[in-house]
Design a protein. Structure first.
Length: 104
């Protein structure tokens, strides 16, 4: 199902890009009394609004992802230290969690 989602997303994006690039009609953007002086094609306006919409999301997610990364790195180092301590306290030469069977 995941692969089907990926294929459908690629097809949708290809159709959207094809539509936007082939649409050569120029638009003049007017909003709240402001007017864009030079006419632009629709695909340029769509790309600009996409980037403008994604910028705040990315800016807000960077600190949370950075703190998550630092917490995970600290936890990994703590797990490594605990594994080393466990290996020192146990007298086995094998890997932790591996059972050793004796042959009669």
């Amino acid at each position: 199902m995941r692969y089907l989602n990926i294929v459908l997303m690629i097809v949708f994006l290809a159709a959207l890009i094809t539509f936007c690039v082939n649409n050569t009609q120029e638009f003049t953007l007017t909003i709240l009394g402001y007017r864009l002086m030079m006419p632009l094609q629709l695909w340029i306006l769509m790309a600009a609004f996409f980037v403008a919409g994604m910028a705040p999301i990315i800016v807000l997610e960077i600190p949370s992802q950075a703190s998550r990364f630092l917490r995970m790195r600290a936890m990994r180092s703590e797990v490594r230290e605990l594994e080393k301590a466990l290996a020192r306290t146990s007298g086995s030469a094998g890997k932790p969690g591996k059972e050793v069977s004796e042959k009669p």
